[in-house]
Ligand binder design. Structure first.
Ligand code: AMP
Length: 394
């Protein structure tokens, strides 16, 4: 990685201001229902404490829209982090101001303080200069480990990085290493699997990867816009009418570049978008009127699996069917199980795909599971991530 990392900076005795992504889901009673994001930050937190830091952590949670929302306080996060670290995590009820500054000054080496939800202040998302200066005043070194928000130029990501010596945390480093390698130097054959609801979300990724992949495998709702572009009957399946022409263009460009573009050629269809709907399997590519494509069919599962078995690098973003409903989860499950057992480098991105794999208990069986949905897509589109770009070069 060309950016400085936490390993390149001296943390001994310093006030270390660290941006983490503790944007965890909470239930109605304020309990954390999935602490993956807190656990993902532990290696960097441990590293900083071992290196003698006085650690100040900051994060956002949810969308409080610039106001104090009691249910979006980081208090449950501080509690959970204390349990995971096996030491007290102090917590303040704001992220700037005199009281916060005093608590930060009083921190001893090895102690941890968590600031309140950054997005209680509208200045955070506006990347306000003064707000960034106040945050920067709390540290002597800035470490950004929040890959999930690296695609946003906010005060706590981009603003602070311009005001303090700034380096990437270990999670940020790992994300960039795996996603970067897939873009720059993937072991071949390199196959990208794309699914999920919309073509429009993935156009940039397809365009940027066109020169790099050997094959695209397309499933999920987005496949039907491509099938329509090929002149197939897709019945009542999800189609983005205003993207049909572009889908046809992408198919032609992929063909010119020699990238294989695999689409489903049989489908599990339903007469409504519901678990209770009548379900059938099609013989071929076409879907009759009144029916929706909900998952890839058995022949498609077999063909996708056959092609994937030869891959050395696989990048997967987006489920291959409506996996939240049991009758339409088979495509996503089959491919998840196949990849989990493969020797290849397997990289997963996107909240839904990550959730599907976690539900199957397969999270440990992939080379890398990206913690940042939007950030990983923008990185794969070849876009500059402002939170990363603002860090110091090596
Ligand atoms: P995305 O957020 O774009 O990755 O899309 C994920 C969503 O796509 C999931 O909620 C899936 O249920 C949905 N999805 C997958 N396959 C289909 C399909 N064939 N028709 C409609 N929605 C789908």
């Amino acid at each position: 990685m060309k950016k400085k990392t936490i390993r390149d900076v001296d943390l001994e005795g310093k006030r270390v201001l660290m941006r983490v992504d503790f944007n965890v889901p909470l239930d109605g009673a304020g309990n954390i229902t999935d602490d993956t994001r807190i656990r993902a930050a532990l290696p960097t937190i441990d590293y900083a404490l071992q290196a003698g830091a006085r650690l100040v952590l900051m994060s956002h949670l949810g969308r409080p829209k610039g106001e104090v929302v009691e249910s979006m306080r980081l208090t449950p996060v501080a509690r959970r982090l204390s349990e995971l670290l096996g030491q007290e995590v102090k917590k303040v009820d704001d992220c700037i101001g005199t009281n916060v500054k005093e608590k930060v000054e009083a921190l001893k080496v090895g102690e941890v303080l968590l600031l309140e939800n950054l997005r209680f202040h509208p200045e955070e998302e506006k990347n306000d200069e003064k707000f960034a200066q106040e945050l920067a005043g709390l540290g002597e070194v800035f470490i950004n480990d929040a890959f999930g928000t690296a695609h946003r130029a906010h005060a706590s990501t981009e603003g602070v990085a311009r005001l303090l010596p700034a380096a990437a945390g270990l999670l940020m480093e790992k994300e960039i290493e795996y996603l970067g390698k897939a873009l720059e130097n993937p072991a071949k054959p390199f196959i990208t699997i794309l699914g999920g609801a919309k073509v429009s979300d993935k156009i940039g990724v397809i365009e940027n990867l066109m020169d790099k992949v050997d094959s695209f495998i397309i499933g999920g709702g987005m496949a039907y816009t491509f099938l329509k572009a090929k002149g197939k009957d897709v019945g009542d399946s999800l189609v983005e009418e205003d993207k049909v022409e572009l889908a046809g263009d992408l198919l032609r460009r992929a063909e010119e570049k020699g990238a294989l573009f695999l689409l489903p050629f049989d489908h599990i269809i339903a007469d409504g978008f519901s678990e209770e709907a009548a379900v059938k399997v099609t013989e071929g590519e076409e879907i009759p009127d009144g029916w929706k494509g909900m998952d890839i069919g058995e022949k498609t599962r077999e063909e996708f699996s056959r092609v994937l078995r030869g891959a050395k690098t696989v990048l997967w973003n987006g489920p291959l069917g409506v996996f939240e409903m049991a009758p339409f989860a088979k495509g996503t499950e089959t491919i998840a199980r196949l990849l989990a057992g493969m020797e290849a480098t397997t990289i997963i991105g996107g909240g839904d795909t990550v959730a599907a794999i976690a539900n199957l208990g397969l999270s440990e069986n992939f080379t890398h599971i990206s913690t940042g949905g939007g950030a990983s897509l923008e990185f794969l589109e070849g876009k500059v991530l402002p939170g990363l770009a603002a860090l110091n070069d090596k």
